[in-house]
Design a protein around this ligand. Structure first.
Ligand SMILES: NC(=O)c1ccc[n+]([C@@H]2O[C@H](COP(=O)([O-])OP(=O)(O)OC[C@H]3O[C@@H](n4cnc5c(N)ncnc54)[C@H](O)[C@@H]3O)[C@@H](O)[C@H]2O)c1
Length: 341
C-alpha cells in the first residue's frame, strides 16, 4: 500500500484503556505527522467515547476491523498483554507497521511467532513500547558508555519503585510488568544479553497486598560477565523512583535526578518525587511515538524490535522460574537472526 507523501500517517488504535488514551492524545495534540482514524476496544462504549473525543476517529467493533480498515495505515496495539499477539500478527499479515505496547506477548514462544512472521514478510514492521530507550537520561548514559567514558562496564545498580501497586498485582508482576523495563534497558545500554538471573524475595512490606511478595531483588548476569542488581519495590509509598548507575573500569555514570525545582524553605532542602511513570517518562513516551510515526512515514522500521520483545520475554520467563525455585536460572534464548542487525 502506498501512502501519499504529504498525508499524515493514519493510525488505528486497538485498546482504548489508560495508555491507549494517553497515546491517542499524544498523537492528536502533541506530535507531528499523524492522525487517529479508528479506535476499537473490547468495551465498545469506551471505544466510542474515546473516538468521539478525537477529531478524525471513529469506533470500530473489533481490533481486527481496525487492522483491516482502508482508513488505517499503521496500528497501535495498547490492549491488554495477552491479546497483543493476535493483533500484531494481523498487522504483519496486512503489511501494516505496528507499534505494540510492552509486553510484545506474554511468552517467548508467542514472541517468536511474531518474529518469524515479521521475518517471513521480509521487512521490519514491529516496534515495541520500551520507552526508556527514548529517555534523555538513559540516552546520555548510553552515549557515555559508547564513548568509552567509564571504560569497560563491570556492574550496574538499578532501582524501580512505584508508590503503590494495583490490588490485583501478583508476585510475578513486579518481574513481568515492572522489572521488564530494566531487563530491556540494560540489554540496550550494555549492548549485551542477559544469560542468567537469580531472584530474592525477603521480608514483605506490610503495605503490599497479601498475595504479593514485595520488594524483590534480581541479580542478572550478562554474556560479558556484567552483574546487574535490580530492586523492584512496587509499594514504596513515597512516589515513583527509577535509578540506574553503571560502574565501569575507569568511572561511573548514573541517571540524573528528575529535573524538578529544589526548594529551600523552613530549614530544609527538598525536591518533589514523580507521582508515577506517566509523569516521569512523559517526554520519553512522546519521543518514542514521534520516532515511530517518522519511521512509518519513511517506510523504515526503527526502535525496539520484536526481537527485543522476545529477548525481554525470555529473561522474564527465567525470572519467574528463579522466583519460584530460589535458584540461579539460565535464560533460554535463540541466537539473534541477522534480520535484526
Ligand atoms: N510502556 C509502559 O510504560 C506501559 C505503561 C502502561 C501500560 N503498558 C502496557 O500497555 C498495555 C495496556 O495497559 P493499560 O494500563 O492501558 O491497561 P488498561 O486495562 O487500562 O487498558 C487495556 C484496554 O484493552 C482493552 N482490551 C482488552 N482486550 C481487548 C481486545 N481483545 N480487543 C480490544 N481491546 C481489548 C480493555 O477493554 C482495556 O480498555 C499493557 O500491555 C501494559 O503492560 C505499558
Amino acid at each position: 500500500m502506498t501512502r501519499p507523501a504529504n498525508r499524515p500517517v493514519r493510525v488505528g488504535i486497538v485498546g482504548a484503556g489508560m495508555i491507549g488514551q494517553d497515546h491517542a492524545r499524544r498523537l492528536c495534540t502533541m506530535l507531528a505527522g499523524a492522525q487517529v482514524t479508528a479506535v476499537a476496544d473490547a468495551d465498545l462504549g469506551r471505544a466510542q467515547q474515546v473516538a468521539g473525543s478525537l477529531p478524525d476517529a471513529r469506533a470500530l467493533p473489533t481490533g481486527h476491523d481496525v487492522v483491516a480498515s482502508a482508513a488505517v495505515d499503521a496500528v497501535l496495539v495498547t490492549s491488554s498483554g495477552p491479546t497483543h499477539e493476535e493483533f500484531v500478527l494481523a498487522a504483519i499479515g496486512a503489511a501494516k507497521p505496528v507499534f505494540c505496547e510492552k509486553p510484545l506477548a506474554p511468552t517467548p514462544e508467542a514472541c517468536l511467532r511474531i518474529v518469524e512472521a515479521e521475518m517471513a514478510g521480509g521487512r521490519r514492521l514491529v516496534q515495541v513500547g520500551f520507552m526508556r530507550r527514548y529517555d534523555d537520561g538513559y540516552r546520555a548514559m548510553k552515549q557515555a558508555v559508547d564513548d568509552g567514558l567509564i571504560g569497560a562496564p563491570l556492574l550496574a545498580h538499578c532501582v524501580h519503585r512505584n508508590a503503590t501497586s494495583p490490588p490485583t498485582f501478583t508476585s510475578d508482576m513486579p518481574l513481568t510488568d515492572s522489572a521488564v523495563h530494566e531487563m530491556d534497558v540494560v540489554r540496550w545500554l550494555l549492548a549485551d544479553e542477559v544469560t542468567a538471573l537469580s531472584v530474592l524475595a525477603g521480608r514483605r512490606s506490610g503495605y503490599a497486598p497479601a498475595q504479593l511478595r514485595d520488594p524483590q531483588l534480581l541479580l542478572m548476569e550478562t554474556t560479558s560477565g556484567v552483574h546487574v542488581d535490580v530492586e523492584v519495590f512496587v509499594n514504596c509509598q513515597y512516589g515513583y523512583d527509577v535509578r540506574c548507575e553503571l560502574v565501569g573500569e575507569t568511572g561511573t555514570v548514573s541517571l540524573p535526578g528528575p529535573a524538578a525545582p529544589v526548594l529551600r524553605s523552613g530549614g530544609a532542602v527538598s525536591a518533589p518525587v514523580a507521582a508515577d511513570w506517566r509523569q516521569r517518562f512523559a517526554r520519553a513516551y512522546d519521543a518514542e511515538l514521534q520516532d515511530w510515526v517518522n519511521s512509518v512515514r519513511d517506510g523504515q522500521g526503527t526502535g525496539p524490535s520484536s526481537w527485543d520483545g522476545y529477548a525481554a520475554a525470555a529473561v522474564a520467563r527465567a525470572a519467574l522460574t528463579a522466583l519460584d525455585s530460589g535458584q540461579r536460572t539460565p535464560v533460554v534464548m535463540k541466537g539473534r537472526p541477522g534480520f535484526y542487525g
